[in-house]
Design a protein around this ligand. Structure first.
Ligand code: THU
Length: 157
């Protein structure tokens, strides 16, 4: 028997330490939280994806009275991005959230398991790492890839 230790590299940064390109993506993810439709949870999430063609697609969580029908911000953004620009690959995704009090959450928001799996599919399609920026009021976490957010991911291949 042997033990496998899986580690995840996370860079902790402040907003000011980000590149102008990443700052813009963070701004757009924060802005997108205001387009969230979250009357049930009141937890407003925004995502912004930079594509290889230079376009930026944003998404926000959309809830529904039939609870399982709602969609997270990340999946709203990634499905729309690929539906709108099927030829483009994903470069970077930034995710931000506001809590029930309307303030940005203190710690960086992390995508749910389903969103990690969905995003991973587009990283695999791209054949290259998609940078992940998780935004919080105090810190910003930068991960080098979607795969690093989902160790031991499901894959048929
Ligand atoms: N939510 C997201 O939009 N992204 C995540 O990764 C986690 C959760 C949404 C779903 C639901 O509308 C609300 O946040 C509370 O769970």
């Amino acid at each position: 028997m042997k033990k496998l230790d899986i580690t995840v590299p996370v860079t902790v940064a402040s907003y000011d330490e980000l590149s102008p390109e990443d700052r813009r993506l963070v701004d757009l993810a924060r802005e997108a939280t205001h387009r969230s439709y979250a009357p049930y949870s009141k937890f407003c999430v925004g995502a912004a994806i930079l594509l290889s063609n230079g376009e930026i697609v944003t998404g926000a969580n959309q809830e529904n009275a039939a609870f399982p029908s709602g969609t997270c911000a990340e999946r709203t953004a990634c499905y729309y991005a690929h539906a709108r620009y099927p030829e483009a690959t994903f470069e970077t995704i930034a995710i931000a959230a506001r809590d029930t009090d309307g303030l940005e959450i203190a710690n960086p928001v992390a995508p749910c398991g389903a969103c990690r799996q969905a995003l991973l599919e587009y990283e695999t399609l791209a054949g290259k790492n998609v940078k992940v920026i998780l935004v919080g009021r105090n810190d910003i976490y930068i991960l080098p890839s979607v795969a690093s957010t989902l160790p031991l991911a499901f894959s048929e291949f």
